[in-house]
Write a new protein. Structure first.
Ligand code: IVH
Length: 693
């Protein structure tokens, strides 16, 4: 009879195991999907240890899907990273007929097409989900990845394989290329969303705000068994890497994909702006009847050879754009106006609102942009206002409902001092923003810079979120960027190590230090962006990295450029998108001894990789400086310039000793003459085409 005692214990263990697994799943769900942890890391660790002990004693309880076999408590380890062979891009937006016309005109001008030439456009619904790249090799689904930052996403293969709408094998002998990457959107239908939330509610689990969040939460599940229970859909709409082309138009691509079993949305082929707008009106009307949410329409130039020539600008293709549906609106009250201090000292007024649901999302703040905007719209504390939100953009105040005023509303008085540090708040000539003059003595600015430094497009350090940065700053653990990289060494010596802090444990400490160590090597463009120099966004940082190649070169050039007439200065403002104002901000950054010290400190801890321009192949123009002059006949100036840049060349507006070639079209004038004087190689348009094709 001793067996029965054992059985009793085993039964008990099974029940206990189930309970622990449920608790951990719930915590995972809250942590990973909702970004709203319900227990702290230390409590999570306790659960995990209990579960491990139980499974150690009763190995039969340990399944492949057990939380002990899947993840730790930190997301750093969650999904493997995947480099995209072809970057995953986002889209520019248009909002009305005029902007649609501009889009078509831009395409026409770039390609140098006659007004009579019809530019066919495929109009596809813009699915509100999350983008995913499916990679098929020899017709077999081998990898699925999220977009991530566009260059690197997360490996979600295991989860995607549970989705029955996505074929794991493509049909044979129908011309499927050996390598085929299909890009598309994972979404949750409205009906599946409703059913899921009903189930969640019954189980006391958190309900999702909208289908998009539900889809994202279901895909970013560390346990693919959970994904499998969620009813997810997929629509394909673009290609990534392919080993062989199989169509000449966007329409052709869609038809082939559909024939191979990839789900496709309906679409319209439009031959001009009238047809585009007609389709827009129709879709806007039928939108509520669709079982999936769409937030606009995507227009894509149909001819793939044109798509190829059009190429990309920073993160978006020139051959496509998204026509967004109007923003959703609601009415609520402003109960306060607070000031947010940004990393460059910009003081942005923010309206605190009576919380209200707009398009499925609860909104409690809206940006007011600047004091001129407040004055123009005459926004006062206590006002009833119309607010709107569109997609992921920050909600805005559209207008005040003046007839709802009671008379006790308060006007906003422009700031004289920074509310955080008390330094003077000033507005420079011609600027809309007021700024705190405290610079690095303003704690808020310093903290915002640190947050930017570790953000996704910069150092991308998992586990150093906004709250933790603030907390470490308050406790003087991290006061400057370099402190991040000395954290581990200091922690070793510390009497109050991170793991002993509230909400931390051994595992979360280990994960944090590991994710910091993973970032000791960084690309130059990310590094430049991370510095948070005013007006230097991701695209400009990339251009600077491409032109200067190394941090040393950049620094030397920026110091030399302090002299306005210098060659260094001219080279700087010859870079696309860098005018005198941006140049000034850059130069000012490198003129500040404190900033140079920050750079020196960082350099002792980091390996900053030289910028390698992507997909150069063995291009003859990579790294070369080119000047275009005269009229080009077979291509437009814009196209030639874009082509040169995509091959890693720098296009300059003036000829100097540093120019490698001048491409001279018809009626070239003074630049050609200067090239001849300096002995710079001169190419004809045909030479140029031969060189780059
Ligand atoms: S095309 C180069 N087509 O919208 C191609 N995107 O705002 C870029 N999206 O990241 C994407 N429906 O996640 C394309 N029919 C569609 C789309 C679509 C939804 C998403 C996609 C993209 C985002 C850009």
């Amino acid at each position: 009879m001793s067996d029965s005692l054992f059985d009793f214990e085993a039964e008990d263990a099974k029940a206990q195991h189930k309970k622990l697994v449920q608790q951990m799943r719930k915590a995972d769900e809250a942590y990973y999907n909702d970004d709203a942890p319900i227990i702290d890391d230390a409590q999570y660790d306790v659960l995990r240890k209990e579960l491990e002990a139980l499974e150690h004693k009763y190995p039969a309880l340990q399944t492949e899907n057990s939380p002990t076999q899947t993840v730790g408590a930190a997301p750093a380890k969650g999904f493997r990273k995947v480099n995209h062979a072809v970057p995953m891009l986002s889209l520019s937006n248009v909002f009305n007929r005029e902007e649609v016309e501009d889009f078509i005109d831009r395409v026409r001008r770039f390609l140098g097409l006659a007004d009579s030439e019809i530019i066919e456009v495929v109009a596809e619904p813009k699915i509100d989900g999350l983008s995913c790249s499916l990679r098929y090799e020899r017709g077999i689904l081998v990898q699925a990845a999220t977009r991530g930052d566009g260059a690197q996403g997360e490996d979600i293969t295991a989860n995607v394989k549970t989705m029955s709408c996505i074929p794991q094998h493509l049909p044979k002998d129908v011309g499927v290329p050996e390598i085929l990457e299909v890009r598309g959107e994972i979404y949750m239908s409205r009906s599946a969303f409703k059913a899921l939330n009903e189930r969640q509610e019954v189980h006391g689990a958190k309900v999702f705000a909208n289908p998009r969040n539900a889809a994202a939460g279901s895909v970013r599940q560390l346990d693919s068994a959970v994904t499998a229970e969620r009813d997810l859909g997929f629509f394909g709409y673009a290609l990534g890497e392919i080993s062989q082309s199989f169509a000449t138009t966007q329409q052709g691509v869609r038809e082939k994909l559909a024939a191979w079993g990839i789900p496709e949305t309906p679409y319209a082929l439009c031959d001009g702006v009238d047809a585009i707008m007609k389709n827009y009106d129709t879709l806007l009307e039928t939108r509520p009847d669709l079982d999936y949410e769409i937030d606009g329409i995507v227009y894509k130039v149909n001819r793939l050879d044109w798509q190829e020539r059009l190429g990309f600008v920073s993160r978006a293709p020139r051959w496509a754009t998204a026509h967004k549906f109007p923003a959703e609106q609601a009415i609520t009250r402003i109960h306060a106006i607070d000031i947010q201090v940004g990393r460059t000292g910009a003081l942005t007024p923010v309206a605190r609102l009576e919380p209200i649901t707009v398009g499925g999302v609860v909104v409690s703040n809206a940006t007011l942009h600047n004091e001129d905007e407040i004055e123009r719209k005459d926004i006062r504390v206590g006002d009833m206002v119309v607010i709107q939100r569109a997609g992921d953009v920050i909600p805005q105040v559209v207008k005040v409902l003046e007839d709802k005023r009671k008379g006790d509303e308060q006007q906003f008085a422009p700031l004289t001092h920074c509310p955080e540090c008390g330094a003077h708040a000033i507005r420079e000539e011609g600027e809309a923003v007021r700024r705190c003059t405290g610079g690095l003595t303003c704690p808020k600015q310093a903290v915002e810079r640190l947050k930017h430094f570790v953000s996704r497009l910069a150092f991308d350090i998992d586990g150093l979120g906004d709250k933790i940065i603030q907390n470490f700053w308050d406790d003087e653990l991290i006061k400057s960027p370099a402190d991040i990289f000395t954290l581990e060494a200091r922690n070793k010596e510390s009497l109050t190590p991170i793991r002993n802090r509230e909400g931390w444990g051994d595992l979360s400490e280990k994960n944090l230090l590991e994710s910091i160590n993973n970032r000791r090597k960084i690309s130059l463009n990310r590094f430049i962006y991370a510095l948070g120099i005013r007006q230097i966004g991701e695209a400009t940082a990339k251009r600077l990295a491409r032109v200067y190649g190394t941090l040393d070169h950049l620094r030397e050039a920026m110091i030399a450029a302090q002299e306005q007439g210098s060659e260094a200065y001219h080279d700087l403002i010859a870079i696309e998108d860098i005018g005198p104002a941006v140049a000034q901000d850059l130069i000012a950054f490198f003129a500040e001894e404190h900033n140079l010290q920050v750079l020196r400190d960082l350099e002792t801890h980091l390996e900053i990789e030289e910028y390698i321009a992507p997909d150069l192949g063995d291009s003859a123009v990579a790294g070369k400086t080119i000047v275009f002059t005269g009229t080009l006949e077979k291509t437009t100036r814009a196209e030639a310039k874009a082509k040169a840049e995509s091959l890693g060349a720098k296009v300059s507006g003036s000829v100097s000793k540093k120019t490698d070639f001048v491409v001279a079209g018809e009626a070239a004038g003074s630049k050609l003459k200067k090239a001849q004087e300096l002995g710079v190689e001169v190419l004809s348009e045909d030479d140029w085409i031969a060189l780059v094709s």
